[in-house]
Design a protein around this ligand. Sequence first.
Ligand code: GL7
Length: 833
Amino acid sequence: ELSKWRPEVVELWEKCSVPEAIDKETFQKSFIRHVNTTLARSIYNVDNFSAYQATAHAVRDRLIQRWNETQQIHTERDQKRVYYLSLEFLLGRSLDNALLNLGLKDAFGEGVKELGFKMEDILGQEVDAALGNGGLGRLAACYMDSLATLCYPAWGYGVRYTYGIFQQKIVDGYQDEFPDYWLNFDNPWELPRVDIVVDVKFGGHVNKITEGDTVRHEWVGGETVQAVAYDVPIPGYGVKNCINIRLWSSKPRRKFDLGKFNAGEYDQAVQEQMKAEFLTAVLYPNDNHMVGKELRLKQQYFWVAASLYDMWVEVRRFKKSQRDWNEFPDQVAIQLNDTHPTLAIVELQRILVDEERLGWDEAWEIVTNTFAFTNHTVLPEAMEKWPVPTMSQLLPRHIQIIFDLNLFFLQKVEKFAPGDRDFLARLSIIEESTPQYVRMAHLAIVGSHRVNGVAKLHSKLIKETIFKDFVRFYGPDKFENKTNGITPRRWLHQANPKLSELISETLGHKDWLKDLSLLKKLEESVNDKEFRRRWIAVKHSNKVRLADYIRDVMDIDVNPNALFDVQVKRIHEYKRQFMNILGVIHHYNNIKSMSPEKMRNVVPRVVIFGGKAAPGYYIAKLVIKLINSVASVVNKDTNIQDLLKVIFIPDYNVSVAEIIVPASDISQHISTAGTEASGTSNMKFVLNGGLILGTVDGANIEIHEEIGDDNIFMFGHLAEQVEDLRYAHRYRDVTMDPHLNAVIKDIESGSFGEARIFAPLINTLTFGKDYYLISDDFGSYLDAQKLVEEAYKNEKDWAKKSILCTANMGKFSSDRAIKEYAESIWGTVPVEV
Ligand code: GL7
């Protein structure tokens, strides 16, 4: 019995640990206490930034209380847990979100006001946590919000990158990248767990040890890097639950092997150690593209090894309670967010076989029942595969296990389809090239009990294309659809407070924030003139807010009464920002050719772009340059009377999205059919009453199903036509759409700066055989844009469409998605604090 557990000590402990109240006065006291102690400042030197820090710390204290309670209860109840393994968590800012989810916004807002600050200014001080590239990383963040809100016993595991996604600046129309050193100032949203340290090993060799008639393997030697845990609390909305994302940071080992180094090599020994920190230094900035850097593979193993070991601590706890190993999958569900964490499958098999000494088959049964895998893309360039030689060097035991797994797997395949060598080669985890490669998606499928796509069309396509052979072998039941979702807390309540208020007032409750299908009732107000007027007024004020932002960062004035036409997302050929800007040129030339009377019929338009190109993606970077070149010509052309403005907003990120999304009238989601797995910004725009112009792709299709024909502008060829169209471009002379041809001639004549700059981009349409089918869709794209313009002229009808959009978005809440995962994949139930 430790003296600290004596009853009177426990009693004292409980007496002293009264949770801090959440009223205004208590907040002000803790604000000032943090200014004085945490920040060592006084009333005379608190600026907005220190006010942000003090507010954040006051909120953090309350978050930690909830975090502790949640973890305690989850441990006591010992229900099955979910671990969401994601190499990216694109969280954005935390303060506003925490204030709203904890219900503190009003009290704390009043509190800071009385202390001489504006909450808005304070919120604006926070830097984004940008530990992700785009949709995949933001999806993980939305899912954490839902897991917390729905009270599931869940944790996320990720990497604490020292540098998040790079910052983008536009210099002379080109993208420049700058490091995102987001931890420069203290980060109040993480709890360093200096005591939680895991050794992770690389390299070395494998000893084969024969004991009687059993053989076992021992992985020895190599270098060791330490993983240190940093915990990020994620509060649920309107509940006390607060879950955790554990991010790992690499550190050199505290002790180092002095024996290895003589005194003369001491400095070199230190340098070797320093290299360890490099491991988690930087997020790889590629979206939907695999770059086979060895350091990336090291990051992946480092993270999954530390995470599994950490789960292991939990498992040992249940081992003590004499549970059978076979029960492991009843205690733990692990979701693989794309193939990035696939090595976890191999690592768990290694632990069970080599360390826990379970039989191979018994271990494998446990492994496959534990893991499930989400695929997020069909693009071939995004498929992860690692050279066998690299993996053998770094992970000598894992590569053995992979080959053994593959052998046993292929034996079963051979029985299923005797003599079909091609089938075997297609399914194999190993690509038989020189060198050989490990196909991570194959490994993920073989090692999981469920595989899912992220929208109906995408889930259908993976079954018919990239995973077709696996469907034949396993049967269709292993493959499911889980259409993505977004959290309405951040993407409506937080980003669009005025609309949130209007909705709550109209519905007479705030329950819709936890059950988004309740928005449906807004349909009843669609013919209420006064309601429509207020709806339009909210949209307008959001447009003014965006116009102010554009003036602040770019020094350009845009007219908030114009149609705001938005495309913000990563710059990628398949997303076709190129088609958008080509359409803008067409529109511009059209206006220029008009008589003044005709011009009066044109709806003034502000075309807004934003998004980062991967630093090594030459063509994507040229698209940015073209957009900016067109902008500089159009924006100063006085002949077009302000009918058109082109804006490229630099450094698009989560907090900028929160300003842009509520301000959009029409947004574009125009990927070549079959290429965008789901898209999630499409959902954000529609939820905020923005209409969308989209192709028959990804989640656009399901949004269309929900909101109906009248409230969406769809165009373009279908996924099933794409193969034939590409074939035609490759082997026949396809005549180019005449409008497109004219636009290209215009660029080539130098209307937007030196033509030779854009030649490589134009070549993608000609020599490149127009892989993304811009010429095939251009005509229908322009037609759809005309329909948008006509529809926008009718303010009343447009307002109705906007309302009906929001009203019918219930399906796209991440709460719905998470419930589906919990019920059909994980088998977990909520545990409310
Ligand atoms: C993506 C898809 O491209 C995107 O369509 C999807 O919405 C998202 C989340 O499922 O996943 N796949 C991918 O590799 N990235 C994505 O954003 C980077």
